[in-house]
Design a protein around this ligand. Sequence first.
Ligand code: NAG
Ligand code: NAG
Ligand code: NAG
Length: 497
Amino acid sequence: MNLLNPNRPTTGRAWPTKRASSHRSPILLFCLLFFSFFFVFSFYSLSPKSLLSSKTLTPSLSPQCAPAHGGEKFLWYAPHSGFSNQLSEFKNALLMAAILNRTLVVPPILDHHAVALGSCPKFRVLGPSEIRISVWDHVVELIRSGRYVSMADIIDISSLVSSSLVRAVDFRVFASLWCNLNIDSTCVDELDPRSSSLDSLKQCGSFLSGLDGSVSKCLYAVNEDCRTTVWTYQNGSEDGALDSFQPDEQLKRKKQISYVRRRQDVYKHLGPGSEADLATVLAFGSLFSGPYKGSESYIDIHESPRDQRIQNLIEKIEFLPFAPEIISAGKRYAHDTIQAPFLCAQLRLLDGQFKNHWKTTFLGLQQRIESLGQSPHPIHIFVMTDLPEANWTGSYLGNLAADSLRFKLFFLEESDQLVVQTAKRLVDANHGMRFRFHPKIRDGDSQVTKLCHPSRLPDVLLYVEETVCSCASLGFVGTTGSTIAESIELMRKFEIC
Ligand SMILES: *[C@@H]1O[C@H](CO)[C@@H](O)[C@H](O)[C@H]1NC(C)=O
Ligand SMILES: *[C@@H]1O[C@H](CO)[C@@H](O)[C@H](O)[C@H]1NC(C)=O
Ligand SMILES: *[C@@H]1O[C@H](CO)[C@@H](O)[C@H](O)[C@H]1NC(C)=O
């Protein structure tokens, strides 16, 4: 069945959608359902817009929710902020998908801070539907401009998928199945601003974001967020209990808010037996969570002693490696270019809060370098920083660069051959599409078999740099509070080099 091509010939016949009353025979009921389905289906193909805004839609019969996917259920969510944040949400999404036994829709990597959540502790965040639609629109923009890079192109989840701990589908495959869209032609030229594909993709986004609410058996749009809910899993009788972190009285008065944060068991609320479980697609908003004042902002699932499968997954997702192409590039640079034991300095100096902390950041580096003591040979230092080389002069970094007798500095740029080659290899490897032939998704395969190369090379500098730093045998100095530093520490702990 071709759900995808908007230009395919459609009959457009309109059958009456009279409801079968209960005393009719099952065969008649079946026929009526069948014809109603066709009616809605053709209608959808002809005019997605009117369908999506139509309140008379019979949702259980809408094409998106037809049992064409062998009963498979999906989970999508709205990642945001920078890469490290998106990665931590991706891990939470893998966990939620496994707990709820749903196929995870793997998102692309969003542009740095293209979408922001806001602040959970201040109870000032984008609501789940709002953030879903922002993310959807941004993803459409990534597809349109040929800059789409899947999270699974960069982060290697092949062992999770092959061991059946999680099922995953690429966002583009999911969208082509659900949104009346042919990704093949989309990649090339179809997504110009006037195209009907772009239009139907956007319409589909507002539907799947739950802007008009959940649609029974089809879409369940999760409305809980970090203002009201901390998700837990199988933790005794605490389901429904108040979380230890609540908005304080002053905040409540000042902002006139009435939020109460409860700890809810995600399996009980969204798993088997719940209304959410009946829906083919479950849509979360942000899945960001962080420790805050002795609690977790949104997801408090760190172990699962009573469910070995989930426990196993939790251990595996603590660290997810980069794709092999990235790791081998980082190792090659350390081995072939630096060619000696080296120190890695990660200096975040420009972005956000970091521009006010130069002194502390440089002091940390200076102390570390002094602790290495005197050496007859120059100390090799790999520098990863957002400060352009032209601006080093006058800073401690400039001093190091000038003192070539004592120090030998290395750094990578986006235009370096190693980085460009790695980006090309990743595009060719196309890891994110590797699990597109999920056995349950047969219909529509032909729509996505052709490779959909991005027209621009992905930006992989950060990932290669992190890998180089994980190889630094003289040690690592990071910027306090930087999530990049945290992920390098994690790579070093897991000894990926
Ligand atoms: C999980 O979902 C798969 C695919 O939809 C299904 O075959 C399987 O029976 C489900 N497992 C459980 C424990 O419900
Ligand atoms: C259950 O929740 C408590 C806090 O409410 C926490 O200390 C404990 O580690 C949790 N146990 C599990 C198995 O998640
Ligand atoms: C870096 O140098 C350029 C040109 O010298 C200058 O325009 C820019 O403001 C500098 N940036 C910072 C962050 O110092």
